[in-house]
Design a binder for this molecule. Structure first.
Ligand code: PLP
Length: 360
């Protein structure tokens, strides 16, 4: 946060805003610094979603339940589900947190390491035991070790593709986990990044597994992270357990309309997936060509082993206006890089090579 922009934003005599609010507000219009740190979309909502979102502003005087039901109906129809097997939340993180609150403490949570920390934070709030099982040598979830971590955990969390590595877990292994999990254990498969990959979704398994919960989000490929729309897919009693926390607090009408338009535009997923794959693989290829090891990502982020403590590298990149992701304590020499647009990736590479060379 530079002092000049902060003064500019605040104006004379304005109340002091929170620093976190200021930096976001100032950096959004110019996209400086380059933000490759939260696995967001560099392009935001699709053209059709933007039009729909604008139309939704007029409806903001009403609670948008009809649109919530419409979103459920459209998604359920597309996926061959019953209407009571889908629920909308203000972002998939909320559904995930509710699931952890509903099904852990005293029962434990089993996660991979490194993986998305959302469920661990929620379990800590519940004071539930967390079993963190390292990814295997191919950076897939070690499902047999996860099953062995606790005889009867409350919830097993699997992220496919995984955040932060972007790596996939083989479908057969996920199916084995779901089939072998104890009958009173809920398995959450988080598919926040599935659109970027070729992996088959686990949604097709919901009808046979009462304890399977699949999560989807509009925050990643659909470019709507700030609009806060996520979906939980599971059998009705499982979804009811989540709704018990906050069933009627749904996203705003512009967000719901944007989500609907995104689902109804068949071109969005293949186009964005192709672009992301091209940009990611080009950068990973150039890094690998220069001798840097990267994860085999199928998502909109990948990790690079910088072969030294990663936190100072993250700080050095930030001082050059290139923000990359946080460091996972279990992988202290790796940085996570989100896939931006072509110019952002070129700038990242240039700064990365220069910074690492300067560090010797
Ligand atoms: N799940 C994973 C794996 C994520 O990486 C994230 C956000 O980065 C979320 C869930 C939260 O997404 P949402 O914006 O839908 O709450």
């Amino acid at each position: 946060m530079d002092g000049l922009s902060r003064r500019h934003l605040m104006g004379l005599g304005a109340a002091l805003p929170l620093l976190s609010q200021v930096s976001w507000a100032v950096s959004a219009p110019t996209d400086t610094p380059i933000r490759l740190n939260y696995n967001e979309s560099p392009i935001g909502p699709s053209a059709t979603a933007r039009v729909a979102m604008q139309e939704g502003i007029a409806g903001c005087g009403r609670y948008p339940y009809p649109l919530q039901y419409q979103l459920v109906e459209v998604f359920a129809r597309q996926q061959g589900l019953a209407g009571d097997q889908v629920q909308v939340f203000c972002g998939s993180k909320l559904a995930l947190q509710y699931a952890v609150h509903a099904f852990t403490g005293p029962a434990s949570l089993v996660v991979a390491e490194p993986s998305y920390e959302g469920p661990v934070e929620a379990a800590q709030a519940r004071r539930a035991t967390v079993h963190a099982v390292p990814l295997d040598a191919r950076h897939a979830h070690d499902v047999d070790a996860m099953l062995a971590a606790d005889e009867a955990p409350g919830l097993i969390y699997l992220c496919n593709p995984n955040n932060p590595t972007g790596t996939l877990t083989p479908t057969a292994a996920i199916e084995r986990l779901i089939a072998k999990a104890p009958s009173n254990t809920v398995v959450v498969v988080d598919e926040a990044y599935i659109h970027f990959s070729e992996a088959p979704s686990c949604i097709r398994l919901v009808k046979h597994h009462p304890n399977l919960l699949v999560l989807r989000t509009f925050s990643k490929l659909y470019g709507m992270a700030g609009a806060r729309v996520g979906l939980a897919i599971g059998q009705a009693p499982l979804l009811q357990a989540l709704e018990a926390f906050d069933g009627y607090n749904v996203a705003a009408e512009p967000s719901l309309r944007g989500a609907l338009a995104s689902l109804q535009d068949a071109a969005v997923v293949p186009q964005r997936k192709r672009t992301n794959q091209h940009l990611r693989d080009a950068t990973v290829g150039r890094l690998a060509g220069a001798g840097w090891r990267c994860t085999a990502s199928q998502a909109n982020c990948f990790m690079v082993d910088v072969r030294r403590p990663a936190a100072p590298v993250v700080a050095a990149l930030a001082s050059e206006q290139v923000l990359v992701g946080r460091v996972w304590p279990s992988w202290p020499t790796w940085i996570r890089v989100s896939v931006g647009d072509d110019a952002q990736m070129r700038r990242f590479e240039e700064v990365f090579f220069r910074v690492l060379q300067g560090m010797g």
